[in-house]
Design a protein around this ligand. Structure first.
Ligand code: FCB
Length: 445
């Protein structure tokens, strides 16, 4: 397996999951502060108050990244750190944190990849309806302008949104993430506003960061039918449309996928969506960010109203601690599909990784053979896609650190570095050492 010489080897995190310092230096509350304090929403009542304390420890954390040999770090900006009320008054101390972070990255020879929105919406905006409010497009534009005018000269890679599928559907249809709604009309309204917000943000960032690459990160699931029946095949197609195409089609073609549109419209869930606006989501982007973790095995179920499907499980497969099937071929299929359907100029794999119940550190390392194997299986899938002509330009392991895994709290560990949350001690896992060796080997090829 080999990768191009200029391939970006990175790791990823997000603000709420690692920063901590939730009440410091003027940061306003985020919807995750509120949600994690609501009993029953997050496992063990965990919150992001301290997380990995990356806000204070970023110099040491960047030193670890340098040791690893990565040349890219994907992080996100906490909107309420920069604009505590979501709009209006700018908190200079918040911007200053990101300036210091970026300076330290540059000094270490690591290129920053900045995500504007990785789920920590200011609570003040949630109180005004959050992403359900059509004004959210203007709010996000203002925020994009504030961050890109402050950091535009220093950042060459910008991601508008992380995973609009999760922001809309997991948080507002399934109720699993903040703000925890179960309302299909709200979820589809939000998905629409997110796409418009992306379309509005890209030219703002471009104007403030000339020469920078701007894109969006979409999480992709690879859908297979559970059986070879026609009904299951059609269900798998519906799930792919629901999870992937609902966001890909606006970004690349300025439309919603016709097949799913025809199913959803009569159900009334698009009642608050002005379909004619969706062409605004299609603005030129420099890359597509792809997050890939697993595949979905889909089964037809006429009893389930929205999509008429549910899921099966591959009993012969291997599964992570979140019961996600380890399915590296799905990454290859996904990358080939994206290339053939949309011809993106560039793709960055902005997240890929797995949770396992790791043992405690011993002799300065955590033995995580299953995670090491997961990477060992997925990297060749990326290499094979490149060999077949997919313009994959970089790979970011999720995650640099064990961190606040949303509704799972600190229970599910995705890090290639172990974090002891009582002492904040970081310990490399075997997977980190293997990643380091892989990067070094690729560089000397
Ligand atoms: C993705 C999120 C990321 C992390 C991983 C496991 O959906 O973008 O924050 O939680 O899943």
């Amino acid at each position: 397996m080999s990768f191009p010489a200029d391939f970006v080897w990175g790791t990823a995190t997000s603000s709420y999951q690692v920063e901590g310092a939730a009440q410091e230096d003027g940061r306003g509350p985020a919807i995750w502060d509120e949600f994690s304090r609501t009993p029953g929403k997050v496992k063990n009542g965990d919150t992001g108050d301290v997380a990995c304390d990356h806000y204070h420890r970023f110099p040491q954390d960047i030193a670890l990244m340098r040791d690893l040999g990565v040349n890219g770090y994907r992080f996100s900006v906490a909107w309420p750190r920069v604009l505590p009320q979501g709009v209006g008054r700018i908190n200079e101390a918040g911007l200053d944190f990101y300036t210091r972070l970026v300076d330290a990255l540059r000094e270490a020879g690591i290129e920053p990849y900045l995500t504007l929105y990785h789920w920590d919406l200011p609570q003040a905006l949630q109180e005004r309806g959050g992403w359900e409010n059509p004004d959210s497009v203007a709010w996000f534009s203002e925020y994009s302008h504030v961050v890109s005018s402050a950091l535009g000269a220093d950042i060459g890679h910008w991601i508008t949104l992380n995973e609009p599928f999760v922001i809309s559907m997991v948080a507002n249809l399934m109720g699993v993430h903040a703000p925890g709604k179960r309302d299909p009309v709200a979820a589809y309204t939000i998905a629409h506003h997110l796409m418009l917000a992306h379309g509005a943000s890209v030219p703002i960032v471009r104007a403030n960061a000339p020469g920078a690459e701007v894109g969006i990160t979409l999480d992709q699931t690879y859908s297979d039918p559970l059986t070879s029946s026609d009904a299951d095949r059609r269900a798998a197609r519906r799930f792919a449309a629901f999870h992937n195409d609902w966001f890909l089609e606006p970004v690349f073609r300025g439309v919603y996928p016709a097949d799913l549109l025809a199913r959803l419209e009569p159900q009334g869930v698009l009642a608050r969506v002005d379909l004619s606006q969706i062409e605004r989501a299609r603005v030129p982007i420099d890359f597509l960010g792809v997050n890939y973790y697993t595949r979905s095995l889909v089964r037809d179920n006429p009893g389930e109203p929205l999509l008429g499907l549910d899921f099966g499980r591959n009993e012969h497969g291997q599964h992570t601690a979140l019961d996600w099937e380890v399915y590296p071929d799905g990454l290859l299929h996904t990358l080939l599909y994206l290339r053939n359907a949309y011809y993106p100029a560039k793709i960055y794999i902005t997240e890929n990784g797995c949770a396992y119940d790791d043992p405690q550190p011993s002799n300065g390392v955590v033995e995580d053979p299953e995670r090491a194997r997961y990477y060992q299986l997925h990297l060749p899938a990326a290499a094979e896609a490149i060999r077949l002509g997919v313009p994959v330009a970089g790979y970011f392991a999720w995650s640099m650190f064990d961190n606040f895994e949303w509704a799972e709290g600190y229970d599910k560990r995705f890090g290639i570095y172990h974090v002891d949350f009582a002492t904040q001690q970081r310990t490399p896992k075997r997977s980190a050492l293997a990643y380091r060796d892989r990067i070094a080997a690729e560089r000397t090829r």
